[in-house]
Design a protein around this ligand. Structure first.
Ligand code: NAP
Length: 270
């Protein structure tokens, strides 16, 4: 139902880099016809040129959705191209990190339905997660449509409000980088224990990916999955004694890292 609104009235994508391309691929796979999509992108990839969307060719008069996927620092220059669609029926969805709904309302008008979304890079493999919040002008149907569109690249969670967006950015938006660094650190530790760099990296990477997949597929909570592989007095328990140390373990370290990311998000949005 929600996607029919897009197929009939059109969707405009402002900026089609890494995230915009991941979303567009998801929408096309979900059945939105390429002919219903208008893309504004100064540097189109070969892929984008070849999929049959309207590329840098005018705009529909009242598209169902305008999705904003330019870098936050480019938003001020890029957004005026869509100003005429403000205060109308077009739902604006922004995935720009740290750009507040009020900033869009100031340019587009306060009666513009706006959803702010924070996806993450696993969206590129259809396994992202996106936090969503909306302004007062967005209806329940608008929120449903935003949810359906973002679900084409993974899971979606509805937030209590925009005040939670910095926390989402700090946990899931930036989170993939923490996990990549965990792979690096685990591989380095393997080298310290006598493995070659290549083998240590292969072991660490496959372990994080495999554990991630297990956590994804299993109905058990993460704590139970951990307990399942920890025999009392065994090797895993010896390592977890360090990782789970209340003062110096991973939990207080992660709390400081996530707090720093959330604080930086607040600074950037001011
Ligand atoms: N990557 C992430 O992990 C992530 C996660 C959550 C949210 N986001 C948000 O997603 C947005 C896009 O990020 P990204 O990683 O996809 O960036 P990106 O790859 O740089 O894509 C942005 C695209 O917008 C184009 N662009 C610049 N000015 C434009 C204009 N005036 N009109 C139309 N298009 C224009 C850029 O072209 P040029 O290359 O010529 O500048 C580029 O192709 C950002 O706001 C970011 O905060 C990203």
């Amino acid at each position: 139902m929600a996607l029919e609104r897009v197929s009939q009235n059109g969707l405009v994508l402002l900026g089609c880099g890494k995230m915009g391309s991941a979303l567009l691929a998801g929408w096309l796979a979900a059945g939105i016809p390429a002919a219903s999509v208008w893309v504004l992108e100064p540097n189109p990839s070969d892929w984008l040129r070849g999929i049959g969307v309207h590329l840098n060719q005018g705009l529909p008069s009242s598209p169902a959705v305008a999705l904003l996927a330019v870098k936050p620092q480019m938003m001020g220059a890029a957004l005026p191209a869509l100003q005429a669609l403000g205060n109308g029926a077009t739902l604006f969805i922004s995935i720009a990190a740290g750009t507040a709904i009020a900033t869009f309302e100031a340019v587009l008008g306060a009666r513009t339905p706006i959803v702010r979304a924070m996806p993450n890079t696993p969206a590129m493999v259809g396994r992202g997660i996106t936090g969503l919040c909306a302004n007062a002008s967005a209806s329940a149907a608008d929120m449903d449509l935003a949810t359906t569109l973002m679900q084409s690249v993974g899971q979606v969670v509805a937030l209590e409000g925009e005040h939670q967006m910095d926390a989402v950015t700090a946990v899931s938006g930036s989170g993939p980088a923490y996990v990549f660094y965990m792979i690096e650190a685990l591989a380095q530790a393997g080298v310290s224990q006598g493995l070659s760099g290549d083998v240590a990296m292969q072991l660490a990477r496959a372990t994080v990916c495999g554990a991630g997949e297990l956590a994804f597929q299993s109905p058990d909570p993460a704590a139970q999955l951990r307990i399942n592989v920890t025999s009392p007095g065994g090797t895993t328990a010896a390592a977890l004694a360090y990782l789970m140390d209340e003062g110096n373990g991973l939990s207080p370290l992660m709390a400081r890292a996530v707090a720093a990311a959330a604080a930086r998000g607040k600074e950037l949005s001011q």
